[in-house]
Design a protein around this ligand. Sequence first.
Ligand code: 3HC
Ligand code: NAI
Length: 694
Amino acid sequence: MSTQTSDTVSYSVEEGIGLIALNHPPVNAASQDLRVGLAAAVRGLEAEAGVAAIAIYGEGGAFIAGADIREFGKPVVAPTLPDVCLVIEGCCKPVVAVMHGPTLGGGLEVAISAHARVALPGLQTGFPEVTLGVLPGAGGTQRGPRLIGISATLDLATTGRRIGAEEALALGLVDRIAEGEPRQVAITVAREALAGTLKTRATGDLPVTPDQAVLDDMAAKLARTQGHLFSPHKVVEAVAGSMLPLIGGLAQERALFAECIESPQRAGLIHAFFAERAVLKIPEKGATARTVQAIGVIGGGTMGSGIATAALLAGLRVTMAERDSDALDRGRATIEKNLEGAVKRGKLSAQKRDTMLAQALVTTTDLGDFAQADLVIEAVFEDMEVKRDIFRQLDGICKPGAVLATNTSYLDVNEIAAVTGRPGDVIGLHFFSPAHIMRLLEVVVADATAPEVVATGFALGKRLRKVCVRAGVCDGFIGNRVLSHYRKVTDYLVMDGCSPAQVDRAIKGFGFAMGPFSVLDLAGLDIGWVTRKRLAPTRSPDERYVEVADRICEAGWFGRKTGRGYYLYGGDGPVENPDVLAIIEEERAKTGVEVRAFSDEDIVERYMTAMVSEAVRVLADGIALRPIDIDAVFLFGYGFPRHRGGPMHYADCVGAAALVARIERYAGEDAFYWQVPPMLRQMAETGGRFADLN
Ligand code: 3HC
Ligand code: NAI
């Protein structure tokens, strides 16, 4: 017979063993209901005369994945998780935790407040709080040092890295690895705890070995490497508190945790966490994906070889086509180099790499070899005629039901689909460079794309471990369309008085890993040049056009790959290119602009306001499903600082009214570029937030 102590927790007694079952799908997050139920279950079994030992286990795939992060930022409702942990630790009967599946953050904290722990294979444990802008706030920074030492606790809690059962055992975080069903293991280990063959003790009673040097080293390292983040530094402070008596340390940890909860970084990081999952909710969710085992890639350049690498790493068979054998050799060499990188990073064994190259990769110059491919991705030059020619050929070659995808950055997928007799099978799969590393995949749905083909794109993306975002067709889809717009503001800033390096510094100061001009140099300046030339005939005469970038390209400087761009490469690393500064001076003189000074804050505000403006238009046009999809695009494809949550989250932080005021102020300088998107104006008038549209 089982006793339900809350909706998500129940307990039962079997031959003197009290079993507490946690059942809060999908991941047993420690919600208020689970906390109430767990504390009540421990107290209930403690009071029950026939019970000699207690074991806690999770039903479903997890022990406890952590605190319920949907509750963060809302008023705290008792009992708190630290209080529940004290109830467990203070129980007068031995309590054992059976750790299986995700046992993270608050889940690990519950486990280490028990008197012994066993892990099942497949355990995923650690303190990931820092990735969400908080710190272990239910005793992890206090009991961790008592159980595994200050240094190991600092490592887990400042990196957020997740470890398996073997490493947890080696660290002393768990006492034993066991096999079996969680409930069965719970019964066995509780008996062993009673028999004394599994040692039990209250973690809070263990001494801490003080280690101020390790704390100081970590504080200095984090100041150097993560100065812009809030919570990692608080982790060190909290762990330092473990040298106090337990209750004092817990109080200090709780106060620091509360500071983190209040920080805007926490809101941004949690938004980013949900963004990664929200994008999966698409209208085609119910459609069945087609089976994809063998894929074809056309083009072995930067993108084709990157996509092929990603597919190989995911265990797919890949046929890659190029125009001639020289180009094929270059493509294969790039794939080999990419895989070598994966071997060096420990992601792949050398033996697996060799098997992949020998058995899973085929190269060809004959598109006829794609007859049996389940899905073909075209990654040839960004030229509509070249792409249409390829798709005409594929239409004649590929088997019925094969998905025909283009990796185009900007071009109209409808136009490409129209040359085939099967437009329902055509889709855009827009990878980002380097394609085997960047997480984003824009799944571009054209007018006729069939729902199963969209589902297939998402399924492939999942297999390649990408964050897939559904996008509609327009010039540049979500990301590149918005990018094309806000890129212009950086040119205006440079014409009006900034140096490219100053713009880069300001944007890096906001949290981007690289400034926009450094990114251009890295991606190759020729790409934007081709697009500008393509769009020149449609450019409005009212648009302010800055010629600096064209002049740099005319000089043959395409950025890193030519050793010169906005910066000079080689020698001591990138330095400002004086020739570019001279071009800027010439262009300023030619157009007679009034040069002025900009603060870093002004640069960031203009940059972000431009980004948000176009993002709102993308949303209003239905190119992105929700604001959070746009955030995901920028977080996973454009290096947007994760702790700032993405452009739409930023917009909510600033507020629509303030953004409208900014745009109206800038419009005094350039009324063509700075126009208030109607949706933003309406939001400003009604006090709405983008978050409400998610
Ligand atoms: N709280 C609330 N919801 C959570 C959650 C959590 N801690 N963890 C996961 N979820 C939700 C997800 O949002 C998702 O919801 P959806 O279906 O509505 O989109 C659902 O659970 C399933 O999650 P995933 O899609 O991520 O499922 P996976 O099986 O791929 O991964 C996981 C499971 C490994 C547990 C992963 O979800 C994860 O890493 N979760 C976060 C774990 C974490 O960071 N825990 C620490 C929280 S902070 C804390 O504990 C503070 C404490 O110290 C006081
Ligand atoms: P690239 O110039 O590096 O590679 C293109 C390759 O296609 C060349 O190796 C060329 O030989 C080959 N090719 C051309 N015509 C062919 C044909 N008929 N048959 C077989 N192979 C052919 O170009 P890159 O950068 O790889 O871009 C490819 C596509 O991916 C473009 O559409 C581009 O817009 C898009 N893209 C590029 C990104 C980037 O950062 N470079 C990012 C995302 C998309």
